[in-house]
Design a protein around this ligand. Sequence first.
Ligand code: K7E
Ligand code: CUA
Length: 646
Amino acid sequence: MRTPLLALLAAALSFACGKSSAPLGAASDAAARVYIAPGQYDELYAFMSGGFSGNVTVYGLPSGRLLQQIPVFSQYPEKGYGYSEQSKALLNTSYGFIPWDDVHHPQLSMTDGMADGRWLFVNGNNTPRIARLDLTRFETEEIIEIPNAAGGHGSPYLTQNSEYAVSATRFAVPTPQADVPIKTGKFGGMLSFVKLDSVSGHMSLAFQILVPGYDYDLARAGKGPSHGWSFFSTYNTEEAKTLLEMNASQKDKDYIAAVNWKQAEACVAEGKGKAWSTPYAHNWIGEGGVAKSEMLRSQKVILPVDCPGIVYFIPTPKSPHGADVDPTGEYIVGGGKLATVIPVHSFTKLLKAIADRAYDGEVGGIPVLKYEAVNVCEVQNPGLGPLHTEFDDKGFAYTSVFISSEVVKWSIKECKVVDRVPTYYSIGHLMIPGGDTRKPYGKYMLALNKITKDRYLPTGPELTQSGQLYDISGDKMKLLLDFPMTGEPHYAQALPAAVLKDKSQKAYVLAENKDPYVTRSEKDVKVARQGTKVHVSMTAIRSHFLPDNIEGIQVGDSVFFHVTNLEQDWDVPHGFAMMGAGNSELLIMPGQTRTLVWVPQRPGIYPFYCTDFCSALHQEMQGYMRVSAKGSSVPLVWNGGAGTLK
Ligand code: K7E
Ligand code: CUA
């Protein structure tokens, strides 16, 4: 989605429409709307997908100020995430340790269709995974791999009470996996339902539904009257395997799959799910803040022929991308990448069409409903390449349009476009705070743009991606702010700061630290050798480490630095870095223990130091390791605790 040609086309089109940036007179007004005075807080937290950075970023809105990066699927040296012994297991998969993925969709946990500020879920698009982030600590707590699928794109998209997170196959593959010729092999798709524990948020794979080998793209759950259903867009119903840009665009309509997951649950309860046994990893932060990993091997797979009534296909023009549900739960909006209209389906009509058996044939035991029996209207003149739709609190829908690089606002009731604004350039998703909930917050709309040619200072061949914030409180959308964003921002979600800010954790309670190598006071620091393993139980407090000098380390040892931060104040992490360690730093939160492994390679004296500026004497926060040749008789001695080295 970064073709220069598209950018040019986009630029040309928006020019041709006679739209340009806001005139200068409006600029100071816009500036005032997004200006947050020094020391003041933003109105909203926004959680942005980092795209191919593999992580999540947190911005304040309306200012667009970057507040935090939360590592999820990618190792992140700034926090030692995926490098420290405590965090590595979060990145385990059935293929081993995978230190990267591609995050597309953040989704806040919901209660009664409203964001409740407990957790944030994101999908890994490459090696299908779903992660759960805790929003009191802004940390990844759990990651589950999705078996029998490739490309977890239509994910995580929670149901209205966070009963399930879903994951849909983007790339059809043999299901179960098999060594077959690509051209003639039979491929399938999988719609996976991950159960979320209502108290702990813990994820478990409940069931999977085997569906035809199309590309499943995006999803949304029903709400209100349509609660109990989820909707998945498909493209490539042609089942092309080569040159998809052409071969997957043959048909006039693809589908939105409507899944009655309550009925699927009942079907599994009746024992109709088939037992499959593909390995998949489940990782979580366990006792003592240490990540644990288990390899699971059983799935319940439902074949639609065994459970009639759980899946229906709604014909939808043409390679739909988004499948978005309005705040009332009545309308399902398709976003046909190649369509010339925005189709709006009705949930009431869907139920009637099912009752009337208004079918146009079936595929693999899945009835295809008649388009006219489900569709209520088509929004005309939506621009070129409608993708995603979000909703405000006044009955309007906003659709991002990629090729013509604009957002169109349309009235749901009248099914017609009432306003349009250009974006700079090539918008993917858009986000309205609460725009997928029962009661959108409205007020702002954020365009998440792929291409920014000519918008910012050039930075070599790769330019930044960007968000553009619009005021949507009036009849006309107004551009307020451009700001650069990390990674490729696909989707984002936002909620009022008041929901989260007072729940933010300030430190880990040292007395409750259950890390197996915690050191709770300086008198307990020690160094212990077990063969070639040396365990250093170390403390950090402003402004020293103990022990700070250690002798008796030998080439070929593995030295485990278990560093406990004894601070109990807010915002006083200590860092720890060891010269020559093939690893990142550690960043240790107050009250927490983190472990770094160092394998010294050459005799000599090697310093370690604190990397996070923690006090006026931060530069004094250092120590030395003496490394001797293998088999040397230098005794193991250290400074501090019962140590003897002075
Ligand atoms: Cu449209 Cu992956 Cu949600 Cu990007 S996806 S734009
Ligand atoms: Cu501790 Cu700097």
